[in-house]
Design a protein around this ligand. Structure first.
Ligand code: NAD
Ligand code: UDP
Length: 322
């Protein structure tokens, strides 16, 4: 089914649009003069993230759950980001997490099918589980523990990808599936439990940085501006369904990250050891050959540069709080 061509403003729905990444998508869509509806139940997001948009005539905020409250309106594109993303947050209500990802995805795809909209799905590197292939290429099928504490998220996202491809093959729904690797930057919730925000917030407060499992495990951190650029290149591509890795291929151990944050903040904080959470992946790094070739995209912001902006952001929040 070809995408609709429109001469009037593009109508976009962003689920999870009050979250860290979703709010940046809303910003960019508004900058492109789209008419934007954001639905969010504020489980992990905040209206503060969309405070600059909420009074605009072409922006509508719906305080609702993607499983039950999707607007019955016509859209040209739907960006599906509704899901908690931080391990402590998605494990706090595992049944809810699985259902948000599966039922929410199905509702989004049904809506897209009805109004002939293109769907962007925020999938994740977690579909690769604790990977035996390194770096991870899109053709790798992953090593997920289906009954572990991370499964509600990992299997939820895997099932969501399955739904995307089945709606695409069966009903011709246009899909764009991005597998997102660890992303950081301004508007992360300082309390959401992910490693960059935890380390920076604790370093700024002079509190210990908790290093899980010795810190030899690796991650590859993508700055949010790079990621959002990759999203838009994928969404605007005429026929790329994905899945496609969007992330930064520079890999760091978590101990290295702690050391960099300590050095950059000039904190007196020390590192303290904590146990490794169950099923915590030991290594993670995207192979972005496909994104480079298909989207002419690669990250431009190095870790230290992105951290500098992120540290300033969290430092500003602390000043604002005082
Ligand atoms: P986030 O927690 O800041 O944003 C998620 C948003 O979804 C929040 O605003 C939350 O309130 C909303 N939400 C949750 N359940 C909902 C529901 N049932 N109905 C409506 N809204 C709901 O996290 P984020 O980092 O912005 O992640 C956004 C998306 O990207 C998620 O789908 C996540 O799985 C995916 N992702 C993010 C990363 C990353 O590193 N940030 C990595 C991989 C995948
Ligand atoms: N981690 C840590 N200290 C923290 C938070 C996380 O050592 O305060 C580790 C965690 O065990 C994982 C990595 O940092 O190995 C990245 O964790 P995060 O929750 O940010 O994302 P994940 O990639 O695990 O989903």
């Amino acid at each position: 089914m070809p995408a609709k061509s429109r001469t009037t403003s593009r109508r976009a729905l962003v689920t999870g649009g009050a979250g860290f990444l979703g709010s940046h998508i809303c910003d960019r869509l508004i900058a492109e003069n789209a008419t934007v509806t954001c639905i969010d139940n504020l489980l992990t997001g905040s209206v503060d993230n969309i405070a600059g948009l909420i009074h605009l005539p072409n922006f509508t905020f719906v305080h609702g759950d993607v499983r039950t409250d999707l607007p019955d309106a016509d859209f040209d594109e739907i960006w599906n980001l509704a899901s908690p993303a931080s391990p402590p947050q998605y494990q706090a209500d595992p049944v809810g997490t699985l259902l948000i990802n599966v039922l929410g995805m199905q509702r989004v795809l049904e809506l897209a099918r009805r109004c002939n909209a293109r769907v962007f799905q925020a999938s994740t590197s977690e579909v690769y589980g604790d990977p035996e292939v390194h770096p991870q290429v899109e053709s790798y099928r992953g090593a997920v523990n289906p009954i572990g504490p991370r499964a509600c998220y990992d299997e939820g996202k895997r099932a969501a990808e399955t739904l995307c491809f089945d709606y695409h093959r069966t009903y011709g729904v246009e899909i764009r599936v991005a597998r997102i690797f660890n992303t950081y930057g301004p508007r992360m919730d300082p309390k959401d439990g992910r490693v960059v925000s935890n380390f920076v917030v604790n370093a700024l407060a002079g509190e210990p940085l908790e290093l899980y499992g010795g810190g030899a495990q690796t991650r590859s951190f993508c700055y949010r501006d790079d990621l959002v650029e990759g999203f838009f290149r994928l969404m605007r591509h005429p026929d790329a369904t994905g899945p496609i890795n969007i992330g930064n291929p520079c890999e760091f151990t978590i101990r290295e990250l702690a050391e960099i944050v300590i050095e950059m903040t000039g904190t007196s904080s020390k590192v303290v050891d904590r146990p490794l959470p169950i099923d915590d992946p030991l290594q993670r790094c995207p192979d972005i050959t496909k994104a480079r070739n298909l989207l002419s995209w690669e990250p431009e912001v190095a870790l230290r540069e992105g951290l500098e902006r992120t540290i300033s952001y969290f430092a500003g929040l602390r000043i604002g709080a005082n």
